[in-house]
Design a protein around this ligand. Structure first.
Ligand SMILES: NC(=O)c1ccc[n+]([C@@H]2O[C@H](COP(=O)([O-])OP(=O)(O)OC[C@H]3O[C@@H](n4cnc5c(N)ncnc54)[C@H](OP(=O)(O)O)[C@@H]3O)[C@@H](O)[C@H]2O)c1
Length: 276
């Protein structure tokens, strides 16, 4: 059995490989893929170079692979094509199972970000491969990375009272390792630990820090202006505003308990993540 994890040079793939090792998969049966190989050199497993736009590298990367954790790539706008190349290589390699990290509510999501995930799910479904869709909600880390800004300026955004379903990246990665190693009971998992609004997030940051933290609700137009005034290129600002519009429209809402079920324990809470 050879387990292959794409994106092994990023935090998610790294955590997933560490989970596989903790779950008793021998290091010799794990292969990680990425471009900046030095970032994964300390993992103690084989790391191969792959470039999603290079079919030859894909062929070499998936040679002999049995089960593959396909961590979505990070080059937004180029991923539909890149992911289709990955799927073609998975078919050629004849892999037994592919678990793909998709987005929460992929089929119905109003976010532009969901389009590439929908396209990838479609290609995977049409490939005939046995697939598991791990539809991840937001990472808490998207927010905890901004704590300094929150403490200085409050939590600003255009998500209104929209619900955000999120979890710790490490919990999503562990769930991915469980799905990859076990006999996955479902083909689709909608994954999140907690559901909160930006207003609740501000309250929780205030509690964790002992400092007052305000929620500053903005219109999408005003949020765009603020982002651009703070140095974001227009295209990125549009992308960020579109995410909040999607949250306001309910694209990140779920009541699913799939994450706790896969983990076999309660997932890390937002409060615990903020405390860390
Ligand atoms: N749900 C959320 O809140 C959320 C937040 C952020 C990201 N994500 C998604 O989750 C994924 C994993 O998260 P992460 O934090 O580990 O992201 P990340 O640090 O951006 O890692 C992306 C990984 O994909 C690899 N990659 C990207 N483009 C590639 C290409 N063309 N060919 C080969 N490899 C390529 C990168 O390789 P190199 O580093 O070696 O170049 C890296 O290993 C992201 O890619 C994104 O799709 C979700």
């Amino acid at each position: 059995m050879t387990y292959v994890v794409t994106g092994a040079t990023g935090p998610f793939g790294r955590l997933a490989i560490q989970s596989l090792l903790r779950r008793g998969v021998p290091a010799g049966q794990i292969r990680g893929l990425g471009r900046q190989l030095d970032k994964a050199a300390d993992l103690g497993v084989e790391i191969r170079h792959v470039e999603y736009e290079d079919p030859e590298s894909l062929r070499h990367a998936f040679e002999g692979a049995s089960r593959v954790l396909f961590v979505s790539g990070s080059e937004v706008g180029r991923r539909a094509e890149q992911h289709a190349n990955v799927v073609a290589a998975l078919v050629e390699a004849g892999v037994e199972l592919v678990a793909y990290t998709s987005i929460l509510n992929a089929p119905a999501s109003a976010m532009a970000l969901a389009e590439e995930h929908r396209a990838t799910e479609k290609v995977l479904t049409e490939s005939g491969l046995r697939t598991v869709f791990l539809r991840n909600g937001w990472y808490y880390e998207v927010y905890t990375a901004q704590l300094a800004t929150y403490l200085e300026h409050g939590v600003a955004g255009a998500a209104g009272d929209g619900l955000i379903s999120a979890a710790a990246r490490a919990d999503y990665a562990e769930a991915a390792a469980v799905a990859l190693t076990g006999e996955a009971e479902q083909d689709v998992y909608e994954l999140a630990a907690e559901v909160f609004t930006l207003a609740t997030l501000a309250e929780e940051v205030a509690k964790a820090s002992g400092q007052p933290v305000e929620y500053v609700p903005l219109t999408p137009e005003r949020y765009r202006e603020v982002l651009i005034a703070n140095g974001l290129p227009e295209g990125i600002a549009d992308f960020v505003v579109d995410i909040d519009r999607g949250i306001a429209a309910g694209s990140l809402e779920t009541t699913s308990e799939d994450l706790a079920k896969l983990l076999g324990r309660p997932p890390v809470t937002l409060r615990e993540a903020l405390a860390q």
